[in-house]
Design a protein around this ligand. Structure first.
Ligand code: ATP
Ligand code: MG
Length: 369
């Protein structure tokens, strides 16, 4: 691994005030590096955009516009955009570095999330979307890989608005089979039309929640186009094996978020938070507030042994309002940013883990590989 990194020509390069230190990962829209901002003496993440930007003024313009817009978003559940620019012929975006793991990697490891963890993460993402939508910024690429879970358990949404720079179906399907924006999370109207609104994020969050619970993607297909066709034409499956054991409120929340026709979908984030709260209350009522994975038989370890601080978070807190109010008034620091507790992280930190809160679960060991 160290050898692979040392041959990476990006390592050691400077992007604005930031030196690239190591590769964090690659996605459909380029690579993300851990960087060091000498002026600020802090770690940052630098996203390098793919070559297809070069020489395409219109794409570049749109990317810069979206990056500047997303830079306005300040919310505890949104990864902060710090800078944007071009260096060595590469367009880059500097953002807050979140030390932790993205929800896709966590899901790959855990196979699926407990219902309470799934609903709570979706709730935090809804909070982030609430703030963005109030500022008329759509995300357009909500999916587990864009949901970061920090070591301290905070949930932060990344890549706000970035998909817009590239992500329309035509672009997605002409990128030599590399799909920008994942078809499984695209709302039918995002595939069929060019006029979309905030409801595409609600759809994608519904699919994401579905995936958290089942551990798989709902629509399959041999090519991106085949998946897109299934998204448009096939109903979202509700496998009995997963949903049979869960309160109907959870199924109803997902159905309402993922209606194919946007006019039948939940219209805004306030409505999303309301159904998620109902689902959460139903889980509590059913004693399903454990964060330990359900067994195949749908049983779980006793709640007292597995309680996780985020289970106590309340969706009843007010919906975040735009920017200028102090965070305390938005109510979001005190509720949805409570640590998830017990989330296994890929690389153990040198720093000591926070002491568990009274009544919280002991940290779970990552599964042996
Ligand atoms: N701000 C950040 N802090 C820490 N890690 C990050 C940050 N942003 C992204 N990452 C990590 O970098 C990796 C690549 O992210 P990237 O956004 O390029 O990929 P993706 O989300 O899978 O695909 P897409 O290009 O569609 O967004 C991910 O594994 C993610 O965990
Ligand atoms: Mg991403």
């Amino acid at each position: 691994m160290a050898q692979a990194q040392s041959t990476d020509p990006i390592i050691g390069q400077t992007f604005g005030n930031v030196v690239a230190k190591s590769l964090l990962g690659r996605g459909g829209m380029g690579a993300v590096y851990l960087g060091y901002h000498a002026g600020m003496d802090m770690k940052v993440a630098v996203k390098l955009l793919p070559d297809l930007f070069v020489g395409r003024a219109e794409l570049v313009e749109r990317f810069l516009r979206e990056a500047r817009l997303s830079g306005r978003l300040q919310h505890p559940n949104i990864v902060r955009t710090l800078d944007v620019g071009q260096s060595h012929g590469v367009y880059y975006l500097v953002m807050e570095y979140v030390e932790g793991v993205d929800a896709q990697k966590l899901l790959d490891r855990e196979k699926r999330f407990t219902p309470m963890r799934a609903v709570n993460i979706a709730g935090f993402v809804a909070r982030a979307l609430g703030e963005a939508h109030e500022q008329e910024i759509m995300h357009r690429d909500i999916k587990p890989a864009n949901i970061l879970i920090a070591r301290d358990g905070k949930v932060k949404v990344t890549d706000f608005g970035l998909a817009r720079s590239l992500n329309n179906t035509a672009t997605a399907l002409t990128l030599s089979n590399q799909v920008v924006g994942t078809p499984n999370y695209m709302a039918p109207e995002q595939i069929k039309t060019t006029t979309v609104d905030m409801r595409v994020d609600i759809y994608a969050l519904g699919v994401t929640l579905w995936q958290f619970l089942t551990g798989v993607l709902p629509f399959e297909g041999e090519t991106p186009m085949a998946v897109l066709l299934n998204v448009v034409n096939e109903p979202l499956p509700m496998p009995e094996g997963t949903f049979g054991a869960l309160p109907k409120e959870l199924r109803e929340a997902i159905v309402a978020m993922t209606a194919k026709d946007p006019r039948r979908r939940l219209p805004n984030i306030a409505a999303v938070l309301a159904v998620l709260k109902k689902a959460r209350d139903a889980l509590l009522h059913a004693g399903l507030d454990s964060t330990a994975p359900l067994t195949a038989a749908g049983t779980r370890p006793p709640v007292a042994e597995t309680r996780d601080p985020v289970s106590a978070a309340s969706f009843a807190a007010p919906i975040p309002t735009t920017g200028n109010k102090p965070a305390a008034q938005r109510g979001d620091h005190t509720t949805f940013t409570k640590p998830l507790g017990g989330v296994p992280m890929p690389k153990p930190a040198a720093a000591k883990p926070a002491a568990p809160k009274p009544g919280s679960a002991p940290p779970r060991k990552p599964p042996a590989r």
